[in-house]
Write a protein that binds this ligand. Structure first.
Ligand SMILES: [Mg+2]
Length: 411
């Protein structure tokens, strides 16, 4: 019978600061517990978002604490960025950050150069200057891929918080108007790099002290997440990916507690929540307007997002006009939909958004029915209870609510 986390899993991915050590000091039971896992021949990796040190530097610090670790078991955000670029076939990269970052890039076979690089990797260290941010900005402006090592805006020091790599990454993002590919926790690339070379299907667990990065990141990567904390945090919802599968007070808990293994749900974790609008547009015969969306190749009601300066009623009139060529009158609100599964959409750009959609009953007021080529492959009116195949799963209910529902006043 399995009675402890140490027996439940084969691969252990440890966050470092706040889990194994705090500053320069090992945390209680940490060294013993990790070494007991080594004795059981578990596969172990240590993860840090700090892009400054090389893996060898991190390994020698852990050896000083008494952990018998090998350089190959260390995963830094800089190394993971270098692994990502190598896997993408990138040959040259400019680096904003430490010697350690440049060393990791070179060790993956990437030439570090400012002569028309294919990519620019933005980490940061104490020597990063305005000139570095300008250099990165100009490479990206000329078409270089933009990689950020880590998202952390600040990290603690004895004198107070210090700007982290994420602060510099966002400076470059603001200057270029380009979103970076971020590698560090909670992004899945960090965990993918950590699992490289391990047998497929190894039962993996992440142990960390930060629900928002360690636990959410574990779950986004499909791994179980164990939180080291004195208290169980209260998650916003049972669906919040930051909710841990077990909470232990120290690493000794790996030998006394069990974790509920994480099962990935069939929806993604959204980066953003946006106000959406949807329209049930009926013609004189009581048929409903549907379009076959170009982005997902599925039939759907006209939908869109509310732009700045726009009321929801204006937004849906505009969306219907843009997508189908028809002018509509908005009659009434028929429902507000925000299902955290059905209303989450992933786009080819990699962006994942949860829409809170206000749905309206509308009638046709003019215009000519015509599919906008960028938005829709086809448009047409259909029976309200006989839809074409491949309609988005929540839209039949929205149509029923609109046709059968009672009047809701809108303003
Ligand atoms: Mg930590």
């Amino acid at each position: 019978m399995i009675a402890m986390i140490a027996d439940q899993f084969e691969t252990f991915l440890f966050d470092l600061d706040g889990v194994v050590h705090l500053g320069d000091e090992a945390l209680p039971h940490a060294v013993d517990s990790v070494n007991r896992l080594y004795e059981r021949e578990k596969r172990i990796r240590f993860l840090t978002n700090d892009p400054r040190p090389t893996r060898e530097t991190v390994a020698s610090r852990l050896r000083e604490l008494g952990i018998r670790v090998d350089e190959g078991e260390i995963v830094t955000a800089a190394w993971a960025a270098a692994v990502h670029l190598r896997r993408e076939g990138v040959a040259t990269a400019a680096a904003v950050g430490s010697e350690g970052l440049q060393t990791e890039l070179r060790q993956q076979g990437i030439t570090v150069t400012d002569e028309s690089p294919d990519a620019v990797v933005v980490g940061a260290d104490e020597q990063t200057t305005y000139a570095d941010i300008r250099r990165a900005t100009r490479h990206i402006d000329r078409g270089a891929q933009f990689i950020g090592t880590s998202p952390d805006g600040a990290f603690p020091t004895p004198d107070g918080p210090a700007p982290g790599a994420g602060a510099i990454v966002r400076a470059v993002e603001t200057a270029t108007g380009t979103s970076p590919t971020v590698v560090g926790k909670p992004e899945p690339l960090m965990f993918e790099a950590a699992l490289e070379g391990l047998p497929v299907g190894q039962n993996g667990v992440v142990i960390g002290d930060n629900p928002a990065t360690d636990i959410r990141g574990a779950h986004r990567a499909g791994l179980t997440g164990v939180l080291v904390a004195d208290e169980t945090p209260v998650a916003a919802s049972a669906r919040d990916f930051a909710h841990p599968d077990a909470v232990i007070r120290s690493l000794a808990g790996l030998f006394s507690r069990t974790a509920t293994p994480w099962k990935s749900p069939d929806y993604s974790w959204p980066e953003d929540i946006r106000p959406g609008v949807g329209a049930v547009v009926l013609n004189e015969s009581g048929e409903v307007l549907l379009l076959k969306r170009a982005d997902r190749e599925r039939w759907a009601l006209p939908t869109g997002t509310v732009e700045r300066g726009e009321a929801v009623v204006e937004a849906i009139s505009r969306e219907v006009r843009e997508e189908t060529g028809l002018r509509v009158t908005v009659d009434r609100l028929t429902g507000v939909y925000s299902h955290p599964k059905q209303q989450v959409f992933s786009y080819p750009s990699g962006e994942t958004v949860h829409f809170v959609t206000n749905c309206f009953l509308c009638s046709v007021d003019g215009g000519t029915l015509e599919a906008d080529r960028d938005e829709a492959l086809d448009v047409g009116f259909f029976d309200t209870d006989r839809h074409p195949g491949g309609i988005l799963p929540m839209h039949p209910r929205w149509i029923t609510d609109a046709v059968e529902g009672t009047t809701v006043t809108i303003a």
